[in-house]
Ligand binder design. Structure first.
Ligand SMILES: Nc1nc2c(c(CN[C@H]3C=C[C@H](O)[C@@H]3O)cn2[C@@H]2O[C@H](COP(=O)(O)O)[C@@H](O)[C@H]2O)c(=O)[nH]1
Length: 341
């Protein structure tokens, strides 16, 4: 079957043909100006991945790379039906929700002596064991537990068969190319194949594959096996939080009809026209924000500690969404239940 369009080209094609979602040029500029003020700060730099997030590994070794692999293999669909009634995980005195509840559960398991980041363990882990590992402190379990179990078994078996049980071997096969690593991941691990159709074309977002490459770059601090020469070719990750924060900041606009649907909490199925327009326009919007920001930095002669790329913008905007949850209450996120984001 023909290769899908790569994520960046997919997003451009979607944005040019989108009907219910549009990008607002003024909003793009305003977000770029917001980011310009942060350009030289601690958030828009690679080191923020470890410095700003206590659950992320501090080491840059093989165990840390395998931690990232299992976290991103399960990095999907944390949203709950009712915001006030959701999965929570308490860890070392703090309570975590959403994506961070997964990271807290992984670290809790490791503290309990459960080798959840070892392929030889999760290739044959049972559903009951996964339920225990990902258990919630509330009566609301983490969504898609059965899927998470299936994916752990599938992914663990492949990692053992093809990469001697360590994701670091897959990273080394990429020969320091982010694009090659992304393609190795989607070719070998089916649960990462975030591909669908739009207006008769096969398109890709590869959200979990792209964030896996980005988090591998981050955990290895951009050095050694993680010194990807083409890391800036990775785009933002098309999840359900970035569209929400881009709409909140005025860079993304929804049609009346779509906004009404989202406000009612209606589900959008994976690969549906409106869901693809939301994801594609969000991705293209961040590309435009990056271009505008780099232009502003150039014009103002701002010094930046390192090259600003779409990964660092994404990380910043995702963290911003976390920190401004209350301000964003009026802007709905789209509800798609799937294993891809
Ligand atoms: N675009 C984008 N999507 C991201 C992330 C992350 C976690 N990355 C952090 C980890 C290390 C770095 O420090 C990053 O800050 C998770 N997600 C997605 O969000 C959703 C969960 O949201 P909530 O329900 O609010 O927890 C879900 O689709 C999940 O796949 C990101 O960075 N960018």
């Amino acid at each position: 079957m023909d290769e899908p369009l790569p994520p960046r080209e997919s997003a451009k094609f979607i944005a040019e043909n989108s009907r219910d979602v549009s990008i607002d040029g003024g909003g793009v500029r305003r977000v770029a100006e917001l980011l310009l003020a942060k350009a030289a700060g601690p958030e828009l730099r690679l080191g923020g991945w470890k410095a700003l997030h206590e659950l992320n590994p501090k080491a840059a070794d093989e165990a840390a790379v395998n931690w990232v692999f299992v976290a991103d293999t399960l990095n999907f669909s944390f949203w709950s039906e009712h915001e006030e009634h959701k999965c929570l995980v308490g860890y070392r005195g703090r309570t975590y929700s959403g994506y961070w509840s997964l990271c807290a559960a992984i670290n809790r398991a490791l503290d309990e002596g459960i080798p959840i980041t070892s392929a030889s363990y999760y290739a044959t882990v049972s559903l009951d064991q996964v339920r225990h590992i990902l258990r919630s402190d509330t009566d609301v379990p983490m969504p898609l537990i059965e899927e998470r179990h299936r994916i752990l078994n599938e992914t663990g078996k492949i990692l053992l068969e093809k990469f001697e049980g360590s994701f670091l071997n897959c990273v080394r096969k990429s020969e320091k190319s982010a694009q090659k690593l992304m393609h190795l991941v989607v070719e070998n691990f089916p649960s990462y194949r975030d591909v669908t159709e739009f207006e008769g074309k096969r398109i890709s977002f590869y959200k979990r594959a792209q964030i896996l490459v980005a988090d591998t770059w981050s955990v290895l601090e951009g050095e050694g096996d993680g010194c990807f020469k083409d890391i800036s070719s990775i785009t933002m990750f098309a999840d359900y939080r970035l569209p929400q924060v881009l709409a909140h900041l005025g860079a993304l606009k929804y049609s009346e009809g779509l906004l009404e649907k989202l406000l009612k909490g209606e589900m959008l199925s994976y690969g549906s026209k409106q869901e693809v327009e939301i994801r594609g326009c969000s991705l293209w919007c961040v590309e435009l924000i990056r271009d505008c920001l780099l232009d502003l930095i150039e014009k103002k002669g701002e010094k930046t500690s390192e090259e600003i790329n779409s990964i660092l913008l994404d990380y910043y905007l995702w963290d911003y969404a976390r920190d401004h949850r209350d301000d964003m209450k009026g802007i709905p996120f789209h509800r798609t239940r799937c294993i891809y984001y």
